[in-house]
Design a protein around this ligand. Structure first.
Ligand SMILES: [Mn+2]
Length: 321
């Protein structure tokens, strides 16, 4: 790991114009890491171009410094180096894949176990809580300064990927880095509230409708919740708003697998799965052509909701034996 950091630091110090990217459907770890690393390079007098294929949805729009990111249109310039953050393979870069390949060296900083080392230099540390944690180490090693915007974005990235310092990836290391970042005068409560608790009344209405659909199977070990397009219309909210609904069945005592089923098309449904412990939900998702991590996975499928549910419930049964 140390030699990868040294190699990356050398490039950051020597090159002038950087392109910074993260994966499609970006999350707080990806975006926070982009802004933090990019701004620390800018503070060193470097040129930085940030690019995202998709427009981030609220509350990610509240990320400090997000207005620096180009959205949708691929920049035409050429760059001295490209940095892909929190991205496990080239395809996850979406539209930016080609430009990343043609603007080398390509650097990847990531913590996904499934990372396929697609870049020229790969700082991939599955034990790290977040990409934000790794970016902090790079900035520190480079001797670049940290200002409050950089500190806030790194803190937000670590806070997000550790589930606010609750998940198993909350290590002494991640807490130490978070503690260091707090010394820059940032406010953890404000950061959390701005980037997480921005519920609208229609969203609460959608939660009310969705809670009605909760069901449990296999002696209470499988919990499911669903959201249809009709429900989204009735509540008057956006489809992306239901992102964290998988937590409701996951909260239930005794539930080992939680599933959130979201209608994404006329007869199309996306299943998001979470494991509370023993079961590897990536394996379950595999049965339906999907994938992910042991504790968080998913798949999409077509058909009638009641039929798809029944198939899923049946398939899940073997995982409890
Ligand atoms: Mn991450």
């Amino acid at each position: 790991m140390e030699s990868d950091i040294d190699e990356i630091v050398e490039i950051l110090q020597r090159k002038e114009h950087f392109l910074i990217l993260t994966h499609k459907y970006p999350d707080l770890d990806g975006i926070g890491s982009m802004i933090a690393l990019g701004n620390s390079l800018k503070n060193e007098g470097k040129k930085v171009t940030f690019f995202l294929e998709d427009k981030p949805e609220p509350p990610l729009t509240n990320v400090k410094g997000i207005d620096q990111i180009l959205i949708g249109e691929i920049p035409e310039n050429s760059f001295d180096a490209t940095i892909a953050l929190d991205c496990s393979d080239l395809n996850r870069l979406g539209k930016a894949k080609e430009i990343a390949i043609s603007n080398r060296p390509l650097i990847c900083i990531d913590h996904h176990e499934t990372n396929d080392h697609f870049a020229d230099i790969n700082l991939v540390v599955p034990d790290a809580s977040s990409t934000g944690e790794l970016v902090y180490k790079v900035i520190e090693k480079a001797g670049f300064s940290i200002d409050p915007i950089i500190a806030e974005n790194l803190f937000a990235a670590i806070q997000a990927d550790t589930g606010c310092f609750r998940y198993e990836n909350t290590t002494p290391e991640s807490l130490n880095i978070a503690a260091e970042l707090l010394r820059y005068g940032i406010n953890p409560w404000e950061i959390y509230r701005n980037l997480n608790e921005q519920y609208t009344l229609p969203l609460l209405k959608l939660i009310e409708l969705a809670l009605e659909t909760i069901e449990v199977h296999h002696d209470g070990k499988l919990g499911m919740i669903s959201v249809t397009q009709d429900m989204i219309k009735t509540a008057g909210t956006e489809p992306g708003d239901s992102e964290k609904f998988v937590n409701y069945p996951r909260f239930i005592k005794g539930v080992e697998i939680a599933a959130f089923i979201r209608q994404t098309g006329e007869a199309r449904y996306k299943f998001s799965l979470r494991s509370n412990g023993k079961v590897n939900v990536a394996k379950l998702a595999n049965h339906f052509g999907g994938g992910g991590h042991a504790k968080a996975a998913g798949f999409e499928c077509e058909g009638e909701l009641s039929v798809l549910k029944e198939k899923f419930i049946k398939e899940a049964e073997v995982f409890f034996k």
